[in-house]
Design a protein around this ligand. Sequence first.
Ligand code: PNW
Length: 477
Amino acid sequence: MTTPSLPPDFEWGFATASYQIEGAVAEDGRGKSIWDTFCHLEPTRTKGANGDVACDHYHRYEEDLDLLVRYGAKAYRFSISWSRIIPLGGREDALNEKGIAFYNKLIDGLIDRGITPWATLYHWDLPQALHDRYGGWLNVDESQRDFERYARVCFERFGDRVKNWITFNEPWIQAIFGYSTGGNAPGRSSTNSQATEGDSATEPWTAGHSQIMSHARAVAAYNQDFRARQGGKIGISLNGDFYEPWDSQSPQDARAAERRMEFHIGWFANPIFLKKDYPDCMRQQLGDRLPTFTSSDFQILHKAETDFYGMNYYTSQYARRREEPPSTTDYFGNVEELQSNKEGLPVGEESGLHWLRSCPGMFRKHLTRVYRLYGKPIYITENGCPCPGEDEMTRKEAVDDPFRQRYFQTHLDAIAKSITEDGSVISGYFAWSLMDNLEWSDGYGPRFGVTFTDYDTLERTPKKSALLLREFITSRQ
Ligand code: PNW
């Protein structure tokens, strides 16, 4: 057996997202996003939390960039708030120079410190005005045109310095949590008693289609008008757990596990990376509730050659087939998800969040499966966890985070093994997250940061894992 190793030019750093850290929601001309609206609904659907102040990164970004230097990061993944750049969002709407100036300062601050910027264009914060104007992601034609214009503005204004672009963060979560369960903004659902509008049988599939075509339009624009001059890379970050059969002896459970991953990942990766229709199992189950790609859609998909697969990975699960036919609101592929298998073996060690168990062995299988299926270099664009009990800890207790350190170490080992033993190309790793921040509908409870955020004083304190990640990586190179 060879020694597990990471390539010498392995890219690594930490990740964040605009609404989770920036605050300053009404400053310098920023328009509202669907998350501003969602966090201020009554009764609350976000445990009373909102991003009005968050980590106040908008005012403290210099201090946060200095943390990256202290941690030795080579790269930093952040997201751009669409409604800071174009407050009303649309292709005929005005630009906001003050919002553009903020990201210019952030990008220049990174470059001055020798840190490579990785910019995500969309991390769930759709301009509220587009939702009001035409239903946002429910309007396939309008949304892709507006997204292309927004992407072009970012390439024009930032692309001389930003050479690494991610179009969408987790379109699955946007589509399913935003339009099926209603747990995330815009909170539409026909199965959630807190939601007043929505159709969980159809809307998530439309919202997914809009994001795929928006991604394709942005990449096609980059390839046609910017790539030659700017020489950057562009990809998309997909979430998706790995699934093993609940009953290891059952071929039906094995098929259920595969089906579950097709519903998670193939949904987006088939059209984007393979330029194929949605997976057969999705067509079979969803019929014409799943939109179709026209021949002109396929032309755009073909012009949208995407450079890398951004992988957000946190956990794995077991899949068990369902015997009854699926309901019209099922989005799992008629599969039950479990955290223990038939023998009662837990899928992994518990973290500080119910849905997240540490499963590095299945992470390696996941990496290898994704690389073999889609054939693109993989960048892990998110990976991390809250430690057990961390939400109740004082700062002094939380900075000592052996669970997180072990999580990083074991997941880096899985990456190294997938590279050296399975032949995958894995080119980078971003830990989620640079600092504790707004965990969406879970509010400020779960702490994913490598930096402790004191939400009363907004003081930042490095946890031990922050200072150790460099060593974890360089010792494997
Ligand atoms: C990702 N799940 O979301 C997001 O990209 C981040 O903004 C977020 O803070 C991070 O992971 C941690 O949650 C997810 O329930 C949210 O399986 C929920 C799930 C997965 C990913």
